[in-house]
Design a protein around this ligand. Sequence first.
Ligand code: CO
Length: 201
Amino acid sequence: MNTLNTLLENNKNWAERIERETPGFFEELSTQQTPEYLWIGCADSRVPANQIVNLPPGEVFVHRNIANVVVHTDLNCLSVIQYAVEVLKVKHIIVCGHYGCGGVKASLGDPKNGLVDHWLRHIRDVYRFHAIELDAINDSENRENRLCELNVIEQVANVSNFTTVLNAWQAGQELSVHGWIYGLEDGRLKDLNVDLFAPKK
Ligand code: CO
């Protein structure tokens, strides 16, 4: 209980500080949100979207799950993307993975984690698509990290295949999809340079 009290106390101090620095901040934000970015990232506690890119509340619409997977039948993720693109009209969708991802590592081992193993099957699929490249990497950590990168690249492709995204591009809406990866050891983001924009008409 003490821990939770600490959190509530932290919240009080945080809200007071923001209000002191920017009077009316919360009141103004409570009436609308106009984020330009949708962040699709890993649920890992070490990869908090807003903090990494140093953006305040209201600037990033966020969806996180284990190993930042975008699955064609995941109503949760689909709904987030649809709302972000069609209603909020975000301009950028960022799929952000991270090196040392526990989900990616677990997908390489024997399934023994229960329900989550089914989720991680999607990453096993990514491995299968890139088995020749990955099997040629001798160092297991390097292989895992490359799979983390390839997983982001695959999820960028999955985002770009959603009908919501295709429809937006068809309608000429400004929207691009990006793939980034975060280093737990240095706090730095790396652009994987797999940006996708609307196809030229
Ligand atoms: Co992760």
